[in-house]
Design a protein around this ligand. Structure first.
Ligand code: ZN
Length: 409
């Protein structure tokens, strides 16, 4: 009989974390001429391995399909660009990186991070699977190879370009369909005395802050520090330190080194593992109850939208992030409830959201239309967007957030 297997320990995936039904790929924004064509919907049924506790989405969609025409360009978010600059400056100083060093970044996107090392005269190598995004990085002077990282491609890249003093993998660890092969790739890229840093959203915050819209087909894994450490260990990497970050609603920056040079982990590692255990993340039972909270968010948002419509109030969206598409598809929200949304990225403007077919306009549209409510979809940029939209209240408009709970401000 067919059985889903855990991609970390091969245990049988018999347990559900949350089932969000069927949804199209969240980054497949539609041009107008494809609106009448059929769309492919895939399951968003997240499981948890009863043995190693890795929360994971079965690979319903192959990575090649997801990343072939990726529309996400990191440099369109001000706060993310600032975050990258701070990190680059701090780590370059700490590690004493200079003209003879090498910084390799996996999933280097449009060069949003590596360009800060280039500016300091530190040699870099970007490894980016999406060719169109890699091209943008190259045009900015960031050396970039179009490649999926795995054990074999990692070895080949290290042979051609050398091993790195610092390997960075930001917001990619959840996206890899085979974390065991990817971890071996990271280990191949780093010098024996080198450092690997990885950033990824923390499962603890996803559960606490009910960020269920960060579940989409591109996210194959949802890590606690404990499960991430288990995954890295398959590649011979040991977690030596961890920092908590506010990005993406609460992320971890994990430091890992090859086992031979790792030494003892910092006290941060122990205290974060203790916090996870306290929250129940180190038992199967501790993960139950999340599905009920997701149901509540859906009910409250739909209640709000139906009431607004019945009262003749106009609601539009702000932002067209992937997470918005999970929320809108899961709730079944279409243009009759949310007339349109706006986004700063010109790659999304003029297109339509997958599944829901909500049109995406430039942000100026909101100023011209003066709607009653603006539903902010990228809640992780709440402070930045609240500032950008502070003029909405001049015409009596209000901002709406659906997560972690419905809030009209
Ligand atoms: Zn497992």
């Amino acid at each position: 009989m067919f059985a889903l297997r855990c991609r970390l320990c091969r245990g049988e995936l018999t347990e559900t974390f949350v089932d969000l039904g069927m949804s199209p790929l969240c980054e497949s924004y539609l041009p107008a001429d494809r609106l009448d064509a059929p769309e492919t919907f895939y399951p968003l049924h997240v499981r948890i391995c009863p043995d190693c506790l890795l929360v994971q989405l079965p690979a319903y969609v192959p990575g090649e399909e997801i990343f072939a025409e990726y529309a996400y360009f990191s440099s369109y978010s001000d706060s993310w660009v600032a975050h990258a600059r701070r990190y680059a400056t701090a780590i370059a100083d700490t590690l004493g990186l200079g003209p003879t060093s090498l910084v390799t970044e996996v999933a280097s996107n449009d060069g949003y991070l590596l360009r800060h090392f280039v500016e300091r005269g530190v040699p870099v190598l970007g490894v980016e699977p999406a060719a169109n995004v890699a091209e943008v990085a190259r045009s900015r002077g960031v050396r970039t190879e179009v490649e999926f990282l795995g054990a074999e491609s990692g070895r080949k890249l290290a042979e051609r370009f050398g091993r790195a003093d610092l390997v960075v993998a930001n917001n990619v660890y959840p996206h890899v369909p085979d974390p065991v092969d990817f971890s071996a790739g990271l280990a191949a890229l780093v010098k024996p005395s080198g450092l690997v840093t990885l950033e990824f959203p923390h499962l603890l915050r996803l559960i606490e802050r009910r960020q269920y819209d960060t579940i989409y087909h591109e996210h194959y894994q949802y890590y606690s520090l404990r499960t991430a450490a288990r995954a890295l260990a398959t590649g011979g990497l040991v977690v030596t330190d961890v920092e908590e970050l506010s990005s993406h609603g609460g992320s971890l920056r994990v430091h890992a080194r090859p086992a031979a040079t790792a030494g003892a982990p910092s006290s941060n590692v122990k205290s974060l593992l203790d916090a996870e255990a306290e929250a129940g993340l180190h038992t199967l039972a501790g993960h139950r109850g999340f599905a009920d909270q997701v149901f509540r968010i859906r009910r409250d948002l739909l209640d709000f939208l139906f009431t607004a419509r019945a009262q003749g109030r106009r609601v539009v969206g702000y932002g067209a992030p992937g997470k918005g598409n999970t929320l809108l598809n899961h709730c079944g929200i279409r243009p009759d409830l949310l007339a349109y949304t706006v986004d700063r990225s010109p790659h999304k403007q003029g297109r339509f959201l997958p599944g829901t077919h909500i049109p995406v306009h430039p942000p100026e549209r909101i100023d011209a239309d003066r709607p009653d409510f603006v539903l902010v979809l990228p809640w992780n940029l709440r402070a930045e967007i609240s500032t950008q939209l502070c003029h909405v209240r001049h015409w009596g408009g209000r901002l709406v957030f659906a997560i972690p709970e419905l809030e009209v401000v």
